[in-house]
Structure formats: structure tokens, C-alpha cells
Design a protein around this ligand. Sequence first.
Ligand code: IPT
Length: 967
Amino acid sequence: MSSRITAPPTTTGRTARVTGYVEDVSPGRGALPPRAWYAASDAASLSLNGRWRFRLSDTADAEDDSFAAPGYDSGGWAEVSVPGHWVLQGDGAFGAPVYTNHLYPFPVDPPRVPDENPTGDHLRVFDLPADWPADGGAVLRFDGVESCARVWLNGTELGEFKGSRLPHEFAVGLLLRPAGNILAVRVHQWSAGSYLEDQDQWWLPGIFRDVTLLHRPADGVGDFFVHASYDHVEGHGTLRVDADVPGRVTVPALGIDAATGETVTVPVEPWTAETPHLYDGVLATAGERVPLRIGFRTVVLEDGLIKVNGRPVLFKGVNRHEWHPGHGRALDLATMREDVALMKRHNVNAVRTSHYPPHPAFLDLCDEYGLWVIDECDLETHGFSEQGWRDNPVDDDRWTPALLDRAARMVERDKNHPSVVMWSLGNEAGTGRGLTAMAEWIRGRDGSRLLHYEGDRNCRDTDVYSRMYASHEEVERIGRRLDGGPRRRRELPFVQCEYGHAMGNGPGGIADYQRIFEEHDRIQGGFVWEWIDHGISHPELGYAYGGDFGEELHDGNFVCDGLVFPDRTPSPGLAEFKKVIEPVRIEGDGRGGIVRVTNGYDFADLSTLAFTWSYEVDGEPVASGPLAVPALAPGESAEVKLPEPPATGGTGETQWTVRATPSEDTVWASKDHVLAWGQLPVSRPPRASVAASVGPVSGDGLITLGPGVFDARTGAPRTIGGVEVTGLRLDVWRAPTDNDAGAPWQDDPRLGPLWRTLGLHRMRHRTDAVEAGEDALTVRTRVAPAGRELGLGTVYRWTSDGSALRLTVSVTPEGDWTVPLPRLGIRFGLPAADVVRWFGGGPGEAYPDTRAASMLGAWRATVDELQTPYVRPQENGARADVRRAELGGLRIEGEPEFWLTARRWTTEQLDAADHLTDLRPGDLVWVNLDHGQMGIGSQSCGPGALPQYHLRARPAEFSFVFSAAGD
Ligand code: IPT
């Protein structure tokens, strides 16, 4: 074994209250140099995960270190699970989580931290397994502890460390006993390290990743670096494994048996995220065999582009924080696998590990399933932006050793993953010499990957120009190379490391971004912010967010901004993203009987996909079959002939739907999983109109018109076809989405607040006339908010042919409407509605700029299923392009198609709710039939809806035909 592993531990006085290390800018003391991480070798190991004894103190110095000594009686202590965060255990007995976006939840006085510094003493007693080898040494590995830990084994202090999401190992061989080993770990929530860990997430102290005892055999494998490149011209891979301890490298499938340090070149299948070929190998020294999974690939910056294996890549990425609603950042393997499989199923091809290196097993999965990874260092000092970045640790030499330690721990741990194609210095840390030092060290250590850091606007230290939340217009300009900036930057490729803020309903406008990304070579894609909502399971609130634990500073539900809900159920945002980034484009005009198929992969041909066609009448498939599509190369297109359309003879609307699925089951999807689809309209015959052949009949305070009975005074319908209809009237209000609300710091007008100022949530309805004419009932009204001159002149015109009832709504804006409307349509209550059937867009929610995934079909859902459970309730659940719907005994047809929403509470109740548990079903189902909806945009952090998705107040006319439902 290498000498550094036997470094002698230090011993310390038994009663000292040593706390100076907590506020020390140094990375720590006593830990071994970082090295490559691997899950398992043939050396013995012992997981120390499980139940640990636990004692919580309010301050760092409340207790001495006598608990670490053998013989200490921890009988009165509580217990916690490791890995875990103590604030998420003990039902509130161990403090609570704190959420802030960028503000430090303590006074900014680096490197000092407050007296109130929750400190968790952890104790674990363990025996060595009977077969634990007697020879060699051992190391104790901590894969993640937030934020600062001091460690003792059997009463001897091993050292202390910071760097929460990075591994730390200690040599312990000489200290181990066969039985009754006492491992003591003191963990402080706040430390100097907290200043470097100001990521936008919950502050969650604890030993939150694995603790493992690893036997280190004599002549065991030390650190090693697998260099596996790919020459795309020759089709050759070159392998060289550099190792601290010499040994042999074998890769049976390639016939490789070479010494460490030796270079071997052989024909190979390259690794890409689309074709993740891994070769199993072994690194064997005299004392140990470590399994290797080798992927050959070469990442370069060439012609101003990021190229892998000679080809530019387009990142269709997400930012992934580690999250579990019950366990915080303590993730098990199944959860990590679920993330990777979900990403693959949704066409995601890249992950930025925002904003710290993930659990190392996640990267194994990225290698195996195929995802491009930007591995980001555990570094963010965003809170210093509040003081103009004064005292920023990344520009203060005293902190540089800590920064370099973090860079080294990331690179050394993760350097053997083919999936990692870029290192990222961190996030939102301003600029400074410390970052440059990190960049220089990383370049010196690993020249085979590119460097990313968004905060470096001049790209002094980086290989790619990266931005977050740039508008479509700016990205377009960057794509055209019209963005200026220093020459070095102008010659670099561009990525949006964060865009499409997925907070609540949205993000809107991602299809528009994708179009720009695909149009300009320089733009190599982006990473949606972010993968998962960080909601915490809560008995009363469903999911808790910032402020729910009484934090004195917090940022509310800004922590719930993911493409999947806290329990990993995909949100409509993920369905939309999946469609927008689908790997195959399927387009065409159904009348021509030709479908155009384009391979959008960067590396894979289409031989792994199967295609099917289906022919539909009014959304119902009437025939289907396989479609033969050539194994197109990346970027290639083909025009494929569809079969003769079946003779349907009917009058319905007809279309083709073509789908692409995996041709075989894969590790992440079964072969019925749709990866891409397209619809080709064939014919849409005009609908039979409703003749105004009967007229209104008045009597008894009522007016009857065909199947409708109206209140003669207000002109509002009371029943239609015997179904009670409550409060039917014009509606413009929606419960503002997080994107409507906008980020408080944004200069652009924020619609949510503007709408409320105007009073669009409290519109008054004045009836000017109820006119029972010869062939129509006409109701003239004015809809307007108190205190304002603006309003909407609104006329409802009802006609009937005796069996159906047609309503035409005419809206004329009056006054100075400078803001777009939230929505425009009618709403009403129905007494009983459970199942909803509709022919229109589905199956999920859609809005004007989030409608790519909306597929025209005949759909069915219960009212409850129509709701999208955004953690903070807000407008949701609209279905687009609805031609007709049936619910609560009514059949409704739209002229033209409409947006359909139905829920068991009113918009006002939805608007007032803070958590899903605030929403209680009432007696009525409230239905909105909208002629228009305002776009969604991404202004919760980013640009608002593009102008083409604005719902402008202008004269509008739209109709609905009501009749009794068929069955
Ligand atoms: C950006 C951060 O990098 C990310 O951590 C997260 O906070 C995100 O925004 C918003 O959810 S910083 C942005 C405020 C410019």
C-alpha cells in the first residue's frame, strides 16, 4: 500500500473544546490526498451506514470531545440514520431545514460563523467482520458531510474536513480492533466552508452520503487515471492507465493485457451519450483487483466547437440537484437510477451536476446509460453579490488552498468517467484569482476535458461561453456571432448552462429556444433549470418549501422549480421538453401521404428505432401498422410513403400519427415507449352549423330557448338540457403562475402584480340589457374592475335549433388596455362532473408557449386527473385545441377550438392557496372554456412569454354549442 495511507493519526487532549478549525479557511487536516473513486474492488470493505447514536448541541463548543473516548456512555443519546440529515429526522426534535436562494442565513463576516451553530455528535460502534484481513491497512471514507466534520476512531483524532459534497479519506489501519471500534464524528452545520457552499437549496447538515471502511491490502491499487481516447478517423481507441502502484490492465473484449503506464491502440466502438459502449476491464496490482468500465471518447475544442469523437454535440440538458422529498440530498442508488432512466426516457442527453459533484454512483449510471456530464465543483459564493462581491473568497488568496482542495477532490474522484466531458469550477461565485488557480490546476491535471464556468463572462479561464437565462433574442445574436465581447470569447462555442426556469407552470418558450439552438452551430444547447422540485414531505402541507419551517430569511417556493415533482412524477414541463428535444423529427402534410423523417441524433443512426403509423378519425385510431424508415445517419432526412388511407367514409377530422419507439427493450425504456412523434392532418370538414330556428319564450321570470332555461332578469342560463349551470359569465382571471409573478428583481414588467394592480382578479359584471328577440336571446354587459376606466364590453348571444344551444360571446375592449389578459373565455359551475372526455390536445396540460407535447386525440380523464399538482397551487391543467368536450352531462363544441379547464375549486380559491392541502373540493365543478390564454414564459427567472404568445385585449368573438351529452 502507498505510504501516504499509513500517515500517522494525531491524538488530542481529552477535554479540549477545540473549535478553531470551524472558522478556519483551510480545507482541513489529516485527510489523505484525493484519489479515484470506485464502488468496489476485491479488497474487503465494510459499510458503516445505518443507525448511529446522535446528540445535538446548539453551539460548536457546548460539549467537549470526551464522547469520542472509549468507555463513553452514550446511553441517553438519540439515534439518526446515516446517510441522512439530522434536521429531516427526529420529527422536528433536531431542528429544521432552512431554505435561502443566495442570501447567507447568517451574518456575512467571513470566515466567522454564528454562535448558534447546530452541532451533531455522531457515534457508531462496529466490529470487523470475521474474515477481515489481518494484513494491510485501512481507510475510512466519508463521501459527503455538511459542512464540517471532526473525526475520531477509538479515541484518536483523525482530523477534520470541509467540502460537503466531496470525499474525504483517513488512514485508520493502525487503530482498528477486531471488535468494539468506536467511530466518533462531530458535525457542525456552519463553518468557513459554508461561505463556499451558498448554492440555491436547503441548508441540510449531516453525514448525508456513505461512510465506508475500506481494507487497503499491501500493494493495493492506489490512485489511477484511465486515459481512453478515440480516433474517429482511424476508428481506434487508445488506452493508457496511469497508476500510483504499478500493475496490469486487462480488457478481455479488446484483447488488451498491458502494464500500467503502457499505451495500447486497438479498434473500438467509441463511447457517446447516444451509444454508451463500455468495455469491462480490470486494473490488477499485486494486492488488489479493481474493475474498470472504460469508454473511449475524445473531447476537444475545434473550429470554435465542442466536439466529441470529431463531431459537434448539442446538449439537451438539465441541471440536477440531488433531491429526495424525505431524505434531502441523501439519495439511494434506486433513486439515482430512477433519475437517469427518467432523463433518458425524456430524451435528455446531458446533465450539469448543479452545483456540486453528485454521489459518485450517479456518474457510474451516466457512463452506463449514456449522458453527457458537466461535473461542477462544490463552490458558490453568491451571497457576496449583495455587497458588490466585496470580500468574495474566490478573490482572496487565503481561501485559495480550500478552492484548490475542492477542485482536486472533484477531479481526482471523477476523472475516470467517460460521461464527464467538462469540469465546471462552480456556480455564481463572481470572479477572482482563486478561480483562475483552480482552472490552471485542473488544466494541468486533466487536459482531456473542457472547462466551464458561467461567471467568467470574458472566458479567461474557460473553453465555452456560458450564460444563464439569456433571452431568445440574445441567444440568437450570440448564435449569429453578433454579441461582441473579447476576441477569445467570440471564438468559443456557447451553451446556456441554465435556461427555461421550470418553476411551477412552465417553462414556456423552450421550443423557441430549441429552434435557435438548432439553427446556429455556435450554440451547443442548454440545460433547463432544473430537474426536480426540492419540496420536503410534510404531514400537513403535502410538500413544504421555504418559510414553512419558520426560517427568518427564506425564498419561498423558489426551491420548487423542477421538471419533476418532489416525488419524481414528471410535470407537464418535462413532457414538453421531451417533445421539444426529441431525437427524430416527424413532419409532413398528411394529404400528400408522405412523412418526412429526420435523424436529430449527433452520433446514432436510426437502426435502434421502430416506427409505426396510425390513422385517426376524430382522434380515434381506425387503422395502424409498422412504417419502414431507413437507418438514417445523424442529420439525414428521408421522405417515407405512408400507406393508402383506409376508407372511413365519415365526416370526421382525419390525420396520421407517426411514432418512434426503441426497436428493443433497453435498460431505460421498454419498446413501447414513444420517443418521438408527429401528426399529419389530412382533412377537417366544416362542422354542421346550428340554425337559429327556434326563438326565446318568456314567462315566470324565465326565458326558455331550445334546451336552455335562462333567468329573465340577468339573462344567465340556469339549466341547459336539464343540467344546472351556475354563474356562466366572461372570465379573464387566472391564478398567477410563478412565471406570471416573475422574479422580484426583474426590471421587465411582471404581469402577475400588474394584473392585480389593475384589478383583473375582481372584475365586476354589469348587465345593460336582456333582449329576447325573434331568434336570439341577447345579453349586453360590461365587465370591468373597480377604480379603473378600462373594461370589456361583452355581449352574449344565444340561439338554438331546438336541440342544441349556441352561445356567441363578443368582447370589445374599452379604455387603455396596455397589458395582456390572463385568459379570455367563459366560466361556469356544474353540479356533478367526474369523467371528462374531449377531442383535442392531450393528454396533458398546454398553454400557448408550452403546447409542443399536446397531441390531437380523443382523450378521457377525471376532473382530478386534469389537475397538475404544482407544489404552490397556481393556474394549471388547460387542454389545448379542444374541438369538443363532454362533462357533467353536457356536450360542448367550440367554434373555433378552445382551451378546456375543469376543477373542483374556483380560480379565486386556487389563487389563495399556498399548498396543495389548502385546496378543498366544493360542490361544483368549475369549467373554463377559453378562447385565449396568455403564454407562460419563464419570468420566474428569465424572460417572460415572447410577444407572439401574448393574449392582447382586442375585439374577439367566439362560440360554443351546448347540448345534452350522448351517454
Ligand atoms: C441561478 C442559480 O445558478 C441557480 O442555482 C438557481 O438559483 C437559479 O438561478 C434560479 O432557480 S442564479 C439566477 C438568479 C441568475
